[in-house]
Design a protein around this ligand. Structure first.
Ligand SMILES: Nc1ncnc2c1ncn2[C@@H]1O[C@H](COP(=O)(O)OP(=O)(O)O)[C@@H](O)[C@H]1O
Ligand SMILES: [Mg+2]
Length: 158
C-alpha cells in the first residue's frame, strides 16, 4: 500500500530577506503537496546545532550555523506521496551553480553557502527535523476538503 510522507522544508534567511517566501511555498503547493504546518521563527543555537549535527566539524559548519541564524526562517512541514525525494527534486542539488534549471536553487541562488531553501534528505531525517521545529499540535492533517464544505454550505441554506 502506498502512504504519504512528511518532510521538513525551510525558507532560509536569505530566501526570507529576498522576498521569496511565497514563491517557494508556491512551488511545493503547485506540485500538490499539502502544507500541514508553517511558521516564521528565529532559529535558536540549540535548534541550529540539532538541525545540522551531521555537519559538525566540517569547514563550512561555523558559517552554516551563523547563516541559518542570520534572520528569521519560514519553517514548514509538507505532506504527500514521495514528498521527501519529490521536494528535494523541486529544490535542486546543494550547489545552485550546477542544480538543474527550473529548480528553486538553480533559479534563485548563485552559491552553495546561500542556497535559500532546506529540505530533509530522508524519511528518518524528516521525522527528526520536524521535531526540532514543530510540536504535534502545530501540524494540521484534519480538515474537510473544499468541495465537501461547499455542499455542506449549500445544504445548510435549505
Ligand atoms: N561546501 C560547502 N560550502 C558552503 N556551504 C555548504 C557546503 N556544503 C553544504 N553547505 C551548506 O550546508 C547546507 C547543508 O548541507 P547538505 O546537507 O550537504 O546539503 P543539502 O541542504 O542539499 O541537504 C547546504 O544547504 C548549504 O547551505
Ligand atoms: Mg542536508
Amino acid at each position: 500500500m502506498h502512504t504519504e510522507e512528511r518532510t521538513f522544508i525551510a525558507v532560509k534567511p536569505d530566501g526570507v530577506q529576498r522576498g521569496l517566501i511565497g514563491e517557494i511555498v508556491k512551488r511545493f503547493e503547485q506540485k500538490g503537496y499539502k502544507v500541514i504546518g508553517l511558521k516564521m521563527l528565529q532559529v535558536t543555537d540549540e535548534q541550529a546545532k540539532a538541525h545540522y549535527a551531521e555537519h559538525e566539524g566540517k569547514p563550512f559548519y561555523p558559517r552554516l550555523i551563523k547563516y541559518i541564524q542570520s534572520g528569521p526562517i519560514v519553517a514548514m512541514v509538507i505532506q504527500g506521496y514521495n514528498a521527501v525525494a519529490g521536494a528535494r527534486h523541486i529544490m535542486g542539488s546543494t550547489n545552485p551553480d550546477t542544480a538543474e534549471v527550473g529548480t528553486i536553487r538553480a533559479d534563485f541562488a548563485q552559491v552553495m553557502e546561500y542556497n535559500i531553501v532546506h529540505g530533509s534528505d530522508s524519511v528518518a531525517s524528516a521525522e527528526r527535523e520536524i521535531k526540532i521545529y514543530f510540536n504535534d499540535n502545530e501540524l494540521f492533517t484534519e480538515g474537510k476538503c473544499m468541495s465537501e464544505l461547499v455542499i455542506e454550505s449549500l445544504d445548510a441554506e435549505v
